[in-house]
Design a protein around this ligand. Structure first.
Ligand code: GLA
Length: 705
C-alpha cells in the first residue's frame, strides 16, 4: 500500500488535516473535528477547486510555503535573497514524520540552497504549537527578510478581533470585517509593546464569548512582531504571525538556520471563552506554571506608596500594616540602588545605595520576613541612565547605530545585552544582590522603546530578545524558586513567549478599577488570571484621578494575582479591617480563581459586565456583577451565569468581602439574601441584578447543593 499523504491531528474537538499529495504540505482543514474517516478520498474532494478564467491554467495549491513559483500571488511564507538571487524558491517535500501528536515536514529547494521545516504539535487542550525554520544550505549568505507561519481561514470566518493599546490603556479590543487586502498589526518597538495583540482572533458572524467559531493565533515572542490577515482577490482568507525582522537583521551564513518564534494556534466552536480555556489549559499543564508550585501570594508593591522616597522608618511601618491586613509578599520598587533618587540617574548601577540604605536592605528585609512575608525587589536590567557609573565606564554598551546616540526616553538608553560584557555585568550585579539578601521575587521592568537598536551596526532586536530570555532562565537556575514579574511601563511586555520565562505580568500602570475592568478582561483572553498582577490602588487613583469605593477596587483586583499598591499607612481602621477581610476572601478563593474556567457572559448592552470563574468540575463558581456605566433603563439588564452544570442545583449567595457597594434603590432583589436555582435556570433566565451606582460591583458565589 502506498504511504498515506493525508495526516490528521486531533484533540478535544479540534482537528488539523494536512495533505502532502501535491509534493508540499497543504492544510486541508483547521477547525472543528468533523469525524472524517477514510481521509484520502474526502480530502482530495475538499481541496479540489474550479479553475477560473483569466488565471493560471493549472493552478497548484500554494500550501504552507505559499511560493510564487506555484503561481501564488499572495505573501509568501519565506522572503529573502542572496544579494538579489534565489529570491523565489520552489520547495519540494523531502520527508514527513508523524507521531500521535506531532507532524513534521522538511522541504528543500536545492537550487536555491534553502531547506525549510515545519512541525505541528497538537496538545491535549486543542492548542497547536507550530514551529518553522529555514536553513541556508547554499554557499553564500542568505538575507532573510521574513518567515511567517500562515494558516487558512474557512470562508465563514468573516471578522477579526485584535487588541491595541498604549501606556495605562493596554489591550483595547477592535473588531472588523475581513475585507480584501492585508490587515497588519506590527510592533517595531523592540519589545512586545502596549499595542501588542497577544492573540489575533478570526470569528464567524455574531461570534461572542459563548457563541460562534473562533480561530486564534499568537506568537511566542517578545521582540518585533507581525500579525496578519490576508484576503486575496480569490476571496480566500488566511492568517499569519511571525517575527518582524529589521533590514539586514538576519543574515544566514552557509550552514546557519533561523528558528521562527513558535506560533500558538487555537480553535473554538463555542466562542472566545473556549479560546481562553484552551490557552489556560496549555499554560497550566506546564510543571513550572506558578500555581503548580504554590498559591499566588497577596503582594504589596510600594511604588505608589513611596515612589523614589525611600525611607526605612516609613517602609517598616508599611511592612507592619501589610502584615496586619494579610499581605504575603512585599516588593520594594525603583529607587534603592546607585544614585537613583529620581528617574534621571543611577539606572544600571545595581548596588544598594548607601545614601538611602546605610545598613543595606537587611533591616527592611528582616522586618518583612519576621512579619511572615516574602521580599521582592525591582530591577530594570536592560537599561541605563547616561548619568550612571555603568554608562560612564561603558558608553559603548548601548544599542545604537554607529556613533549616533538614540533619543532618550525616560532619560535612559538600552543596554546591548548581546554584548557578552554587558550581559555578564548585569547578571553578576543582580546575582550578587540576590545572593546576599533573602529575595524570592523580582519585578523586572523595561521602560522604553528601542530606536535604531544595533549591535556593531547590525539590527539586534532578535538577539536582544533571546538575551533577556537567557538572563531570566539563568537567574532562575542560579536561584531556584525565584519568581520573576515582567513589567514594561505596566503591560508593555505581556506575550506568550515571555510567559515561558516569567511567573507574572504587571498588567498596567493604571490601578484605576474602571480601566482595569477592561484591561484585565482583554488581557485574560490569552493570559490566565494567576499570571496577571491586579492591585488595589489608592482611593483617588494616581493615574486617572478617579475616586472609587474600596469594594469596587477590591472586587476588580480579586480576579487576578491580587495585591495592593497603596500607601497603607494612610488607611483608617475600617479600611484595614475591610482589607483584611478581602485578603482572607482571596486566600479562600484563589484556588478556584486560578484553576477554573474564566467566563465572560455576553451582555445585552455595554453598561455592565458579568464575569466569573467556574470550577473545572462545575461544583462552584464565583461571579462579579460590575456596573460600569449608569443603566439604560431604571432596572438594569440581565444577570445570567454561564458555564454551570445545567442539571445541578446551586446555592446563590451575594458577597461583599471588602465593604459595601453603593446601591441606588429602596430595596434590592430578594435573592441577594440567598436563593437556590438550577444551573439551567441561572444560565437561561438568570436573576435580576441589583441597581448599583456606576463604578460599583458585587460578587456572587454559587455552590452546588
Ligand atoms: C514603571 C513601572 C512601574 C514602576 C516604575 C518605577 O513605570 O511600570 O510599576 O515600577 O516603572 O520607575
Amino acid at each position: 500500500m502506498a504511504p498515506s499523504s493525508v495526516y490528521q491531528l486531533l484533540a478535544d474537538g479540534v482537528s488539523l488535516i494536512i495533505d502532502t499529495s501535491s509534493g508540499t504540505p497543504v492544510i486541508a482543514h483547521w477547525g472543528k473535528d468533523v469525524g472524517l474517516e477514510k481521509l484520502e478520498d474526502q480530502v482530495q474532494a475538499i481541496l479540489s477547486e474550479s479553475i477560473p478564467y483569466a488565471s493560471i491554467d493549472h493552478p497548484k495549491n500554494p500550501g504552507v510555503w505559499r511560493e510564487n513559483s506555484r503561481g501564488f500571488l499572495g505573501r509568501p511564507a519565506l522572503s529573502g535573497h542572496r544579494t538579489g538571487q534565489d529570491w523565489s524558491p520552489l520547495f519540494q517535500l523531502k520527508s514527513s514524520e508523524r507521531t500521535e501528536t506531532k507532524l513534521s515536514f522538511v522541504s528543500e529547494d536545492s537550487l536555491a540552497g534553502l531547506k525549510v521545516k515545519v512541525s505541528y504539535e497538537m496538545l491535549p487542550s486543542g492548542v497547536i504549537l507550530i514551529s518553522q525554520s529555514v536553513s541556508n544550505t547554499g554557499t553564500s549568505d542568505y538575507f532573510l527578510e521574513e518567515l511567517l507561519t500562515w494558516l487558512p481561514l474557512p470562508d465563514q470566518a468573516t471578522g477579526t478581533m485584535d487588541f491595541t493599546g498604549r501606556w495605562v490603556l493596554e489591550r483595547q479590543p477592535q473588531r472588523r470585517q475581513i475585507q480584501s487586502g492585508t490587515w497588519a498589526r506590527e510592533v517595531r518597538e523592540g519589545r512586545t509593546g502596549h499595542d501588542y495583540t497577544i492573540v489575533q482572533l478570526a470569528l464567524t458572524e455574531g461570534a461572542n464569548y459563548q457563541q460562534g467559531e473562533v480561530w486564534s493565533t499568537g506568537l511566542m515572542w517578545s521582540g518585533n512582531s507581525r500579525h496578519l490577515v490576508e484576503k486575496l482577490p480569490s476571496g480566500r482568507s488566511t492568517v499569519a504571525a511571525g517575527e518582524l525582522l529589521l533590514p539586514g537583521e538576519m543574515i544566514l551564513k552557509p550552514g546557519q538556520s533561523y528558528e521562527a518564534p513558535t506560533v500558538v494556534a487555537t480553535y473554538s466552536f463555542s466562542g472566545i471563552d473556549q479560546i481562553s480555556d484552551r490557552l489556560y489549559r496549555w499554560l497550566r499543564a506546564r510543571p513550572n506554571h506558578p500555581t503548580n508550585i504554590r498559591p499566588r501570594p497577596i503582594t504589596l508593591n510600594v511604588w505608589e506608596a513611596v515612589y523614589f522616597n525611600h525611607n526605612l522608618e516609613k517602609l517598616l511601618q508599611l511592612a507592619d500594616v501589610a502584615k496586619e491586613v494579610g499581605v504575603e509578599r512585599m516588593v520594594l520598587d525603583d529607587g534603592w540602588f546607585g544614585s537613583r533618587r529620581d528617574d534621571s540617574k543611577g539606572l544600571g548601577d545595581w548596588v544598594v545605595s548607601k545614601e538611602v540604605w546605610p545598613e543595606g536592605l537587611k533591616p527592611l528585609i528582616d522586618r518583612v520576613k519576621s512579619n511572615g512575608m516574602e521580599f521582592g525587589l525591582w530591577f530594570e536590567g536592560e537599561m541605563v541612565n547616561a548619568d550612571s557609573d555603568l554608562y560612564r565606564a561603558h558608553p559603548e554598551w548601548i544599542l545604537k547605530t554607529g556613533d549616533r546616540i538614540p533619543p532618550e526616553a525616560r532619560h535612559q538608553q538600552v543596554l546591548d545585552l548581546t554584548h557578552p560584557g554587558a550581559f555578564e555585568h548585569v547578571f553578576n550585579q543582580v546575582d550578587s544582590i540576590l545572593s546576599n539578601n533573602e529575595i524570592s521575587y523580582i519585578k523586572w521592568d523595561h521602560n522604553r522603546v528601542l530606536t535604531e537598536p544595533s549591535h556593531l551596526g547590525q539590527a539586534a532586536v532578535h538577539n536582544q530578545t533571546l538575551a533577556i530570555y537567557r538572563m531570566f532562565d539563568e537567574l532562575k537556575k542560579k536561584h531556584p524558586g525565584l519568581e520573576i514579574e515582567s513589567c514594561s511601563s505596566g503591560g508593555g511586555r505581556i506575550d506568550l513567549g515571555m510567559a515561558q520565562h516569567v511567573d507574572r505580568f504587571w498588567t498596567s500602570d493604571s490601578n484605576d478599577a474602571l480601566e482595569r475592568q477592561y484591561i484585565q478582561r482583554y488581557s485574560q483572553i490569552a493570559i490566565p488570571p494567576e499570571m496577571l498582577g491586579s492591585h488595589i490602588g489608592p482611593t483617588v487613583g494616581h493615574i486617572t484621578g478617579r475616586t472609587h469605593k474600596l469594594s469596587f477596587r477590591a472586587i476588580t483586583a480579586l480576579f487576578g494575582h491580587a495585591g495592593i499598591e497603596w500607601d497603607l499607612t494612610e488607611t483608617n481602621e475600617l479600611e484595614r479591617a475591610q482589607l483584611k477581610s478581602w485578603t482572607d476572601y482571596y486566600k479562600n478563593n484563589r484556588a478556584l480563581i486560578h484553576s477554573g474556567k474564566t467566563v465572560r457572559v455576553d451582555q445585552p448592552d455595554d453598561s455592565a459586565f458579568v464575569h466569573g470563574v467556574v470550577a473545572q468540575d462545575k461544583s462552584k463558581a464565583l461571579f462579579a456583577f460590575v456596573q460600569l456605566r449608569p443603566t439604560g433603563g431604571t432596572l438594569p439588564g440581565s444577570l445570567r451565569f454561564e458555564g454551570l452544570d445545567p442539571l445541578a442545583i446551586y446555592k446563590v449567595i451575594a458577597e461583599q468581602p471588602c465593604g459595601p457597594a453603593m446601591f441606588m434603590s429602596q430595596k434590592s432583589p430578594g435573592w441577594l439574601e440567598g436563593a437556590t436555582l438550577t444551573g439551567a435556570a441561572l444560565a437561561t433566565i438568570g436573576l435580576r441584578p441589583p441597581i448599583l451606582a456606576p463604578e460599583n460591583a458585587i460578587l456572587i458565589s454559587l455552590e452546588k447543593v
